[in-house]
Design a protein around this ligand. Structure first.
Ligand SMILES: *Cc1c(COP(=O)(O)O)cnc(C)c1O
Length: 435
């Protein structure tokens, strides 16, 4: 096999690839980083330049790239069993991972349904909730409630519960009816928003199938933080009217906000928990929807009551083997214990950026740090200049419009984190000083 040059790769990419979230004009005009290999938090491009993966490849690469134990697990599993559908068949990997993830999950979650990515994990929860009420005495419960600005994935069900208009506007007629609670912008307004939502839920209790949230941080919305107290209140009100709380932990799970799960901040257990991204250490498309025993029991009673839902690669052995190795690495390397020291460094950097003119909302939680540039929301290109300045310093950023953030591997070595944060500061200072 001969290696292609950087230019050959770019030519093929431009000629044949349709890139995600990218205008055709940007695809033609902006050179992406041509990555040839990666190790730890470092991406290496075709010119031999190295870049710190500041977003953790969209918040998934929680243990860094090519962790030796994950690479070994892939090799080992590939020798044995790459795939076998869970159709009248099972295998040790799906079974062992299910046990391992349930023992890691908030208490009360008891069953694991596997799928491929964050969108399918969320949609599976939505379909389970809908069918549960259909066949358990509350067939009018078909509406979902979600938070303004929420992002739950890009398939149509996930877009329906998503609250970011930019991702919804082309698909309006295809989306189902969802109540989007206006999001807050500080702790007090979040509290008010939840109080208003509680009134709505009490009034419409007979029609609400569930409430879907990203606990603690709305990721793609622009790293918007919201308080654990509001999450606890949402759990209380959903319990009071006996409807479901669906926690989309695709981003916030696996220590991204500090503890293993975002819901741990509020000490609650949701009825459903969706996990992906960090679930497979960002190495493979693999996901799961966890549900309580009550939900599972609601599908008992013969074939007509079964969940008629699945994916070709549901429970894929390679994904399951990797996901089990990820949990073992978290345990053996005490990954979560290393977070507070890293949060302190991230927070100190964000606090110092907060003193710059034009920078607002400096914030840090767990392994996320973010600032806003006061631009025009999601499609703003205010972040492009900073991305370029950072690239020249060996840092690969991926801003969300005018929100500049870091969300690196949870186990990023302290020295690499220091390099990342000082490079980020210098890049922002360079650009902000000019405006
Ligand atoms: C990324 C993300 C999703 C969608 O996951 P995909 O794997 O891209 O389908 C869903 N919810 C949240 C909170 C996410 O961050």
């Amino acid at each position: 096999m001969t290696n292609l040059t950087r230019d050959e790769i770019l030519a093929l990419d431009r000629r044949y690839v349709w890139r995600p979230y990218t205008s055709h004009e940007d695809h033609a005009a902006r050179d992406p980083v041509v990555v040839v290999r990666a190790q730890g938090v470092w991406l290496e491009d075709a010119n031999g330049h190295r870049y710190i993966d500041a977003s953790g490849s969209w918040w998934s690469s929680n243990l860094g790239h090519n962790h030796p134990r994950i690479v070994a697990a892939v090799r080992d599993q590939a020798e044995t069993l790459l795939h076998c559908a869970l159709a009248d068949a099972t295998h040790s990997e799906a079974a062992r991972l299910a046990e391992a993830i349930i023992h890691t999950a908030p208490p009360g979650l008891a069953r694991v349904f596997y799928s491929d990515d964050g969108s399918t994990a969320v949609e599976t929860a939505i379909k389970m909730a809908c069918q549960y009420w259909q066949q358990n005495g509350a067939p009018k419960r078909t509406r979902f409630v979600s938070l303004g600005g929420a992002f739950h994935g890009d398939t149509l069900g996930a877009v329906s519960v998503g609250g970011e208009p930019v991702f919804r506007r082309a698909f309006g007629p295809l989306l189902f009816d969802v109540v989007h609670m206006p999001a807050g912008n500080d702790d007090a307004s979040w509290e008010r928003a939840v109080t208003n939502l509680a009134d709505l839920l009490r009034r419409d209790r007979d029609t609400i199938a569930g409430v879907v949230v990203e606990p603690m941080i709305q990721g793609a919305a622009g790293m918007r933080f919201w308080p654990a107290s509001a999450l606890a209140e949402l759990r209380a009100i959903t319990k009071e009217i006996d409807t479901f709380l669906i926690a989309d932990e695709v981003f916030v799970g696996y220590g991204r906000t500090g503890p293993m799960w975002g819901v741990n901040h509020a000490g609650i257990t949701p009825d459903f928990l969706a996990t992906a991204k960090g679930f497979s250490g960002g190495a493979l498309p693999f996901a799961a929807t966890l549900a309580t025993e009550r939900v599972y029991e609601g599908f008992r009673g013969g074939r007509a009551r079964a969940l008629l839902h699945g994916h070709t690669f549901t429970g894929n052995p390679l994904g399951a083997r990797v996901a089990r190795e990820v949990l073992a690495i978290y345990r053996d390397e005490s990954v979560l214990a290393g977070i507070p020291a890293r949060t302190a460094l991230i927070r100190a950097c964000m606090d110092s950026l907060a003193t710059r003119r034009g920078i607002t909302n400096a914030r840090a939680l767990g392994m996320v740090g973010a600032v806003d540039l006061g631009g025009q929301g999601y499609l703003s290109d205010a972040g492009v200049a900073i991305t370029d300045a950072a690239r020249a310093r060996g840092i690969h950023l991926r801003p969300l419009g005018d929100t500049i953030y870091v969300s690196p591997a949870i186990n990023i070595p302290i020295s690499d984190l220091t390099t990342l944060l000082s490079g980020l500061s210098d890049s922002i200072n360079e650009v902000v000083a000019k405006v």
